[in-house]
Design a protein around this ligand. Structure first.
Ligand SMILES: [Zn+2]
Length: 131
């Protein structure tokens, strides 16, 4: 039996971080459908599960690797946003955060300096804000 599984999986993609996420997502969605009784969660949960199995048994390994890479990048971006929000909250008493009006770069200035001219280190734009 184990040999059969090994043969079946030869040349197939197997599992990765995106599949782990998809299977957890499927469980969460199916639980939600049980709790709420909403059919939409059942369908979304099944879709996540089918996609997860499709990826596991897929022979297009480069494509799946690419998907996992994109998932990883997205995950890092979301995690980075949360880290940023947490940091802003942690030093809300000592720093204020502004976004550069030109290049959207996030800038941090000490609080309590009154009106100050901020110059963006990335694009050199200067603007005035109350710190
Ligand atoms: Zn800028």
């Amino acid at each position: 039996m184990r040999e059969k599984i090994r043969q079946f999986m030869a040349g197939r993609y197997g599992t990765d971080a995106l599949n782990q996420f998809l299977s957890i997502l499927a469980v969460v969605l199916l639980l939600l459908s049980l709790v709420t009784g909403w059919g939409i969660f059942t369908w979304l949960g099944l879709a996540a599960l089918i996609y997860c199995y499709f990826r596991t048994f897929s022979r297009n390994i480069s494509r799946r690797t690419e998907e996992n890479y994109r998932f990883y990048n997205l995950k890092e971006r979301v995690a980075g946003k949360f880290r940023g929000i947490k940091r802003r909250w942690d030093d809300r008493k000592t720093y204020r955060y502004f976004r550069c009006p030109k290049c959207r770069q996030m800038l941090r200035v000490p609080t309590g300096r009154g009106r100050i001219e901020i110059s963006c280190p990335r694009c050199g734009t200067q603007f005035i804000k109350k710190s």
